[in-house]
Design a protein around this ligand. Structure first.
Ligand SMILES: [Ca+2]
Ligand SMILES: [Ca+2]
Ligand SMILES: [Ca+2]
Ligand SMILES: [Ca+2]
Length: 492
């Protein structure tokens, strides 16, 4: 230990203390078997700074040594004051302005595997790896999201966002960014990917990275969305948030190409193929369940419409970004009909509802002081009174006779039970179908530009209801997939 300047000599003492008692450990650091801690004090009068070095002869791994930091208690919180590490000498040094407890702790970092990625434009995907370094013995998680640069999420790629959860011992996780084909001659384009909100870890460089989409050297004259195989792939991206599996891709493409040159047949098949994605078990059990979960938890909101005259109407509360984040989470790894899909989906649903009820928005709306009956009744009322007396009792009984609703697994199960109630599935169906015309095909909220309110949504919902949900007679899917706004995502 070296003082820069001592004005009055005194006695300095080092008292070994339990590392856990040194102060509150900041995010990204852990106390483990390598940790040592001292309370350092002096009777000398000194002027800062003070340099302190600690030797850790027991740490024999250079990488583990490189993750060590000297944390200093400043106002109760430990702050990383490391200035140097010397593995050969097993010495780590810090510089501080005052004395109080110190601890040597290990860092936990998360970062992208690279700062740049590239992918050839196509209806394809790029897999992004996030690595965790340092002490990986605990759990950690981090949010990820894409953001537009020159490439845009409505055209060039599918916005990817979510949370990566590292289990104890896991050192890497991946997520996928889906890339869309288009026939714009636009040059190479970039988008950014970012890590944020780490828990149990700190961000380390690179915590943001760039994906370059290499443009096709030659683009066709027409719009690539008119090409059957690409059109099918785009429906996988837009509705199922995944790259098509080979057999599904072939099957749906053949539905269209088997028309040969019959334009009338192609038009009808394109409508039916696309509607099949909304109607698929895979979408109904993922995206549609997410939509119903928001309705069950938070009810509806008011929108406005001018169809046919100005009025207000209730519309789904879920927004496009919320929908994408949760749908991507609940659908992760699920490919319906592939071995194990039901187990994967069930595990994802359980994780989704368990996490959903821990969000501040939910706990604000449903305080744990609510009785089980109040809790279930509020869910039921927001869902549109879909529970029979016995279904209501089943949900209340999930709490096992408790007087309050502090039991989070029971909260999650009750929310899920209402969200999966068949009466809600039936009642919400047309609303969700219309909503997905905007979320899926147009990649926006119904009242985002080029709309200004829910008039368009209202128009299609009225029409779909008039035709008893028959999207062919209502010409709804047809209107969206032949719209200029949809076509302009993919070609001039
Ligand atoms: Ca592009
Ligand atoms: Ca292209
Ligand atoms: Ca292009
Ligand atoms: Ca029911």
């Amino acid at each position: 230990m070296t003082f820069a300047q001592v004005n009055t000599a005194g006695i300095t003492s080092f008292n070994s203390i339990p590392p856990a008692s040194a102060g509150s450990v900041p995010n990204g650091y852990v106390i483990n078997g390598s940790s040592i801690a001292f309370d350092v004090s002096t009777t000398a009068v000194f002027a800062p700074p003070v340099d302190l070095c600690f030797t850790l002869p027991a740490v024999n791994d250079a990488a583990a040594f490189g993750e060590l930091s000297v944390l200093h208690n400043e106002g109760g919180t430990l702050i990383d004051r490391t200035v140097s590490r010397d593995f050969a000498m097993k010495k780590i040094c810090a510089r501080v302005n005052s004395l109080s407890p110190f601890t040597v702790a290990s860092q936990v970092t998360v970062q992208f595997s690279a700062s740049t990625y590239s992918v050839q434009e196509d209806c394809t995907f790029v897999t992004i790896t996030v690595n965790r370094g340092g002490d990986t013995s605990g759990a950690a998680n981090v949010d990820y999201t894409t953001s537009d640069q020159v490439a845009t999420e409505r055209k060039d790629y599918i916005k990817a966002l979510g949370n990566l959860r590292f289990a104890a011992g896991e050192t890497s996780k991946t997520f996928v960014v889906l890339i869309n084909e288009d026939s714009f001659a636009e040059g190479n384009e970039t988008l950014n990917i970012n890590l944020s909100n780490p828990l149990g870890a700190g961000l380390s460089a690179p915590a943001s990275a760039t994906i370059t989409i290499t443009d096709d050297a030659v683009e066709p004259a027409g719009n690539v969305i008119d090409e059957a195989r690409n059109y099918v792939c785009q429906n996988y991206h837009d509705f199922l948030n995944r790259q098509p599996d080979a057999s599904g891709w072939d099957f749906w493409t053949n539905e269209i190409t088997s028309c040969g040159g019959n334009a009338q047949c192609i038009e009808v098949r394109r409508i039916n193929v696309s509607a099949s994605f909304f109607l698929s078990i895979e979408f109904q059990q993922t995206g549609y369940l997410v939509e119903r979960s928001y309705k069950t938890a938070y009810g509806d909101v008011d929108g406005t419409s001018t169809f046919p005259t100005a009025h207000s109407l209730t519309v789904p509360i879920i927004r496009s970004n919320e929908f994408l984040a949760d749908t991507q989470q609940i659908t992760k790894g699920v490919v319906v009909l592939q071995p194990g899909w039901e187990q994967q989906l069930e595990a994802n649903k359980v994780a989704f509802f368990n996490e959903f009820v821990l969000r501040l928005r939910f706990t604000d709306a449903f305080p744990t002081s609510m009785t089980p009956a109040q809790f279930v009744d509020q869910l039921n009322q927001r869902a549109g009174n879909v529970l029979s007396a016995s279904e209501r009792q089943t949900a209340i009984d999930l709490f096992g006779g408790a007087g309050t609703t502090t039991n989070n697994p029971a909260r999650a199960q009750a929310l899920r039970q209402v969200a999966e109630d068949q009466d809600l599935v039936n009642a919400e169906f047309n609303r969700a179908f219309v909503l997905m015309q905007y979320f899926g095909y147009l990649r926006r909220n119904p009242n985002d530009p080029q709309d200004t309110d829910h008039t368009g949504y209202d128009f299609w919902l009225v029409k779909l209801n008039q035709f008893g949900g028959n999207y062919i007679s209502a010409e709804m899917v047809k209107a969206f997939i032949t719209s200029i706004e949809y076509g302009q995502r993919f070609g001039p």
